[in-house]
Write a new protein. Structure first.
Length: 329
């Protein structure tokens, strides 16, 4: 813990190695002490989530967008999050990171992150990394995630602004995602606009967003990320959406909701740790035996157990052995 505290000081002072190590700690699910979660934003902080199907061109787009946003922002941090990986696929993620042309620029920090399901989930780890980066005074954080099923919704919910990347010819995809991703998008990007099918994809997106009140319709930006085309329009759309989210109070509402989600996730994680310890205690085994004998009602057992679960910290020694022995008696 002490090491993490001193690393946090170093990272905040600009030490990138320390920052990278802290993100690894976040990946492993370790608790980072000392990061205030309150919203001390003076209005300059922004976290942009970019999601879309595998190969949609997200990394290429993030690279071009970063370049564009650095015209007005002093620095930017990019997190490439791999939700499909329970363990770090270092080489593959490394390749993804190397795709960024800015990897060696001092004003850009790029890091890939695999998240592990048993450490508070994808959103929890990403949110923790985002807060870490912002605490270390990176004013702009871009998070790239592959859109897979419902998972990307979590990711989108950890950012201030959600950018959904689609490609021409993806009419069916849009229909399939209508209830999920399409609803949370603040900005749509049709990347690979150099490919056939642009018009019909645009029509499909329009059909989805037309159901919303005019003031809430997200901008649709066409880009050719490989050529840098459309990056200026995308950056402008981001600035404009950011402004209107701030003006309407929606940004504050989102951050408040994210805090609630984070608190709940951390609480759940902490509780799970206690529960795992308690499962190794003789009391737990005794309750199972009583239940098996049919003498007790499970709800009543749980009512009695809950306070004990939270207070069993001192019973952690050799608990797994005790549990096993108790079970075989
Ligand atoms: N024709 C064309 N190709 C593009 C464009 N943008 C990206 N690509 C290509 O699409 C491929 C995938 O690009 P990436 O940026 O790696 O896509 P990604 O969405 O980050 O991929 P994953 O992270 O693996 O999901 C690469 O070969 C890019 O060169 C574009 O606008 N037009
Ligand atoms: Mg990528």
């Amino acid at each position: 813990m002490d090491t993490l505290v001193s690393m946090l000081d170093l990272a905040r002072a600009g030490d990138r190695r320390a920052l990278a190590r802290l993100i690894s700690a976040v990946e492993r699910g370790e608790r980072l002490p000392g990061i205030p979660l309150g919203d001390a934003d003076d209005g300059s902080r922004l976290c942009i989530g970019i999601t879309g199907a595998p190969g949609a061109g997200k990394s290429t787009l993030v690279s071009g967008l970063t370049k564009e946003l650095l015209k007005t922002s002093p620095s930017a941090a990019v997190l490439a999050v791999d939700p499909s990986s329970p363990i770090s696929r270092g080489a593959l993620l490394g390749d993804r990171v190397r795709m960024h042309q800015h990897a060696t620029r001092p004003e850009v920090f790029i890091r890939s992150m695999a998240t592990r399901s048993h450490h508070g989930g994808l959103a929890g780890a990403t949110q923790a990394a985002r807060r870490l980066l912002q605490y270390c005074t990176w004013p702009l954080v871009l998070i790239e995630t592959v859109g897979v099923g419902q998972v990307e919704l979590d990711i989108v919910n950890t950012a201030d602004i959600a950018v959904v990347v689609l490609n021409p010819g993806w009419g069916d995809e849009i229909q399939a995602n209508k209830a999920g991703l399409m609803e949370v998008a603040d900005i749509f990007v049709i990347n690979k606009a150099d490919r056939p099918g642009l018009e019909s994809t645009r029509r499909d997106i329009d059909a989805v967003i037309m159901t919303r009140p005019e003031s809430q319709r997200p901008p649709v930006i066409e880009t050719v990320a490989t050529e840098g085309t459309g990056m200026e329009s995308l950056a402008e759309a981001i600035v404009s959406v950011h402004q209107s989210l701030r003006d309407s109070g929606e940004l504050a509402r989102r951050r408040y909701a994210q805090l609630g989600m984070e608190l709940s996730q951390q609480l759940s994680r902490r509780f799970t740790t206690h529960l795992q310890r308690y499962e190794g205690c003789p009391d737990f085994a005794a309750s199972v035996a009583e239940l098996a004998a049919g003498s007790l009602n499970i709800e009543a057992v749980i009512d009695d157990m809950l306070p004990q679960v939270l207070n069993c910290e001192s019973l952690t020694q050799n608990t797994s052995v005790t549990h096993r022995e108790s079970n075989t008696e």
